[in-house]
Ligand binder design. Structure first.
Ligand code: F6R
Length: 347
């Protein structure tokens, strides 16, 4: 039994605080690498997207997020590999991790509640950060996000994010109180296909989170894109008013502290959409640092997705079709049950 997503969502800020506690004494030491590769799917990969966006601003090595069973050629002995799977049983993540382990990376860490990933960590002797179970993976975002940041702080001199996390907890608690009964955005989106635009590429993880939460919680389609890229293609879709615009609604994830050029670009883009008769809603990021901004936007989307679920008359928690699909593939891929030796395990 998993905790209903509605309940888990109200506890999100508390989970951040609990995850910080959980990571206080991580038994990890410094390593020198030239890239960080995070393996994960769905709700378990969003924390890595947030990490990658923040890393672009503050880290000296890139964070690359791999949502696939195949790993890139650049995974090598100078790579830090982190596998994130809440269940520990996701086929793509396990397969990718086995291939990555065979490349003898400098360090592997796993973040999970257990499952086959825990077995693999015991066999291959890499650390597992074990997080509390009983949640839907997407509702456990703080338990992937916080261990990711704190692991890298301990190992690769990633900047200390404690202040940013404390700010995030505070901002999210305020948002929870403000938005828990404010259903205006969801009412505007109801019955339409939402398109979420990140006003800057740094907000892409939040735009993806909105899309995924609309998919999984509200059980409906949604899509996302980012500016300035959308100005070079998607904007052309808003040059002539078409009947299909009646079935769409747009949400812009905005940063009130962004540069003048970003704001001007956004106004131009928004006006084109409005001329086509599409309703446009805006969510403003909150907080000072990028991590808080991203988490505030993600959390706003989480709450809107729950309101939308209610309007759609669906239970936000179960994602039966994903479970059925995973069972199908686990039946087929018996190798998942017996991890292949990669050379790092016991003699
Ligand atoms: C379910 C959810 C999914 C899972 C994904 C990967 O709540 O969010 O997107 O996260 O199917 O599963 P895990 O996270 O167990 O590796």
């Amino acid at each position: 039994m998993v905790l209903p997503v509605e309940k888990a969502t109200t506890l999100f800020p508390d989970y951040i605080a609990e995850a910080i506690q959980l990571c206080e004494k991580l038994p990890l030491s410094e390593v020198k690498v030239n890239k960080i590769v995070v393996l994960g799917m769905g709700g378990s990969a969003i924390g890595a997207d947030i990490l990658a966006a923040v890393a672009e601003k503050v880290a000296s090595v890139p964070v690359l997020v791999i949502r696939n069973e195949e790993i890139p050629n650049y995974v090598d002995e100078n790579t830090f590999v982190i596998a994130v799977s809440y269940s520990g049983n996701t086929q793509e993540t396990l397969t990718a991790l086995k291939s990555a382990a065979a490349r003898k990376p400098k360090q592997i860490v796993a973040i999970s509640t257990g499952g086959l990933l825990e077995n693999l960590s015991a066999l291959e002797k890499f650390p597992l950060i074990k997080v509390p179970d009983g949640l839907a993976p997407r509702a456990a975002l703080p338990y992937s996000l916080v261990p990711l940041f704190l692991t890298l702080q301990k190992t690769v001199h990633f900047p200390d994010m404690h202040d940013a996390l404390t700010e995030s907890i505070h901002v999210l608690k305020t948002l929870r109180d403000e938005l828990i009964s404010d259903k205006r955005i969801a009412q505007g989106l109801h019955g339409k296909i939402p398109i979420i635009y990140a006003s800057t590429p740094f907000f892409m993880p939040a735009a993806r989170r909105w899309k995924c939460q609309f998919n999984e919680n509200a059980k409906q389609l949604a899509y996302f894109e980012s500016l300035p890229e959308a100005d070079h293609n998607e904007i052309v879709g808003y040059t002539k008013k078409l009947p299909l615009h009646q079935n769409m609604a747009v949400v812009i994830l905005n940063d009130s502290t962004s540069s003048e050029i970003t704001q001007r670009r956004l106004i131009f883009f928004k006006n084109a959409i409005i001329k086509c008769g599409c309703p446009v809603y805006e969510a403003q990021s909150k907080g000072e640092n990028l991590l808080t901004k991203l988490l505030s936007l993600c959390y706003t989307g989480d709450l809107v997705s729950l309101h939308l679920a209610e309007l759609n008359g669906v239970d936000p928690t179960p994602v039966q079709i994903i479970d059925t699909l995973k069972q199908e593939f686990q039946k087929q891929d018996s190798s998942l049950r017996s991890p292949a030796p990669t050379g790092r395990g016991p003699e």
